[in-house]
Design a protein around this ligand. Structure first.
Ligand code: ADE
Length: 427
């Protein structure tokens, strides 16, 4: 689609491409439920209403469109921005929440289950709104800007990236010298990966698996492929649910960490033989391929929690299967010639979002407080093109806000202690 040089005037009801605006009432209930448990965004919204850090700015948000994200969009809107949203994954979109957003003045381009063409069309439509600032999750929006609309990159003041995969892609672009505007790596803030990646993914992945299959975890073997912050969370919660946990890693340090954390460690091919549940959470492709699939036992449940649906090889599953059928919502059965069946959840897409509601609300409140403060930082500072860290002061501010909201007090360094920590002298 050709880009227009003049900023169009957005009318959310007229311009949005969504399933059905009549779902707005139902979506509003979800949105308001989440809002009640997001005290950080509530405070920021009040602050932004006074400060108006985004006055006159267009903000394009490409995130998983569910209730917590909707509250982030409204927080940015309260800061004076004209906000438009599109989905970062076709299966995580909740049509009723999107309708509620449109009802509250946000332009949206997203439908649950969009085809790859529709999905790309929605990103194009989002970019046609000519944003000044962006929030991306996984890097598709930034890639599209650079690959298909390089002339538009000069209009972008900067943005924020939500996830590990997106930050890796941005870093690859920056290394090549192709990234043409500044992007804050929200994922790399401590208040993001320590809580969202670990506790958020840990809880939401098992929530997604359990609500989809209705199967017990206790007494079973859970294989977790990848022991980054997300994998640590998934493994920790599997252990808490009573599973025997096996970790697969390529990084010797992370593998050693898993051993010392008390888990068995072995290659995927070998671990697959033991798996009742196998969860990939690596951010890489082809982690479970033919050799592992061939050694899976009958009834194994496969799920992915990495950003893209490339971690478990669907081509290999299809090539080996003699039949494929949907046996329950979000469960596909692959039957092999020897009679074994394995079950793939949510088409191998992010199981916590495609078959659940994503991370718990309070966790996303932390992440989205970082996003809101990060975007304000980008709006207010002339950053150079490249990948930037969230300032430490913002990271700490978010932690303090969360502690305060829970009524938890902590100690403070005395001036003598602060001096002691900065001095190399013996007295
Ligand atoms: N909800 C909204 N965005 C999410 C994300 N990136 N991960 C999990 N849950 C989410």
């Amino acid at each position: 689609m050709a880009t227009t040089p003049i900023k169009p005037t957005l009318d959310p009801v007229r311009d949005s491409q969504i399933r059905n605006l009549a779902l707005a009432e139902e979506g509003a209930l979800k949105l308001d439920w989440a809002a009640q448990h997001m005290p950080l965004l509530r405070q920021l919204r009040e602050r932004f209403q006074q400060e108006r850090p985004f006055a006159g700015k267009r903000v394009a948000i490409c995130l998983h469109l569910e209730a917590k994200t909707a509250n982030l969009a409204l927080t940015i809107q309260a800061g004076g921005a004209e906000v438009a949203v599109a989905a970062s994954n076709p299966l995580s979109t909740q049509d009723d929440v999107v309708a509620a957003l449109v009802d509250r003045g946000v332009t949206a381009f997203a439908v649950h289950g969009a085809t790859p063409e529709q999905y790309r069309g929605h990103l194009e439509a989002l970019l046609d709104t000519r944003p000044d600032l962006i929030i991306d999750d996984g890097g598709d929006l930034v890639s599209m800007l650079h690959e298909k609309r390089p002339e538009q990159t000069t209009e972008i003041r900067g943005g924020c990236e939500e996830t590990t995969t997106g930050v890796l892609r941005l870093q690859a672009m920056a290394k090549e010298g192709t990234l043409r505007f500044p992007m804050l790596a929200v994922n790399d803030a401590q208040c993001k990966y320590l809580f969202d990646n670990r506790y958020g993914t840990g809880q939401s992945v098992w929530d997604g698996i359990m609500r989809t299959t209705n199967l017990v975890v206790a007494g079973k073997t859970a294989v977790v492929v990848g022991y980054g912050w997300c994998g640590k969370g998934v493994a920790m919660r599997a252990k808490g649910l009573g599973a025997r946990v096996i970790i697969c890693e390529v990084d010797p340090i992370k593998a050693l960490e898993a051993v010392m954390d008390g888990f068995e460690v072995m290659p995927v091919r070998e671990a697959a033989r033991h798996a009742d549940f196998l969860v990939t959470v690596t951010g890489n492709r082809d982690c479970v391929v033919r050799d592992a699939i061939e050694s899976l036992k009958d009834g194994a449940v496969l799920a992915n929690a990495g950003h893209f649906d490339v971690e478990i090889s669907k081509p290999d599953l299809r090539a080996l299967a003699v039949s494929v059928r949907t046996v329950r919502r979000n469960i596909e059965e692959y039957r092999f010639a020897d009679g074994r069946r394995v079950f793939l959840l949510a088409e191998g897409r992010l199981v916590n979002l495609a078959a659940g509601d994503g991370h718990p609300v309070e966790v996303m409140d932390l992440t989205f407080a970082l996003q809101a403060l990060g975007l304000r930082h980008v709006a207010q500072h002339a950053l150079t093109p490249g990948v930037h860290r969230i300032p430490e002061a913002l990271d700490e501010e978010v932690a303090r806000m969360r502690l305060r909201a829970w009524g938890i007090e902590i100690d403070q360094l005395t001036p003598e202690q602060a001096r002691y920590l900065q001095s190399w002298r013996t007295e």
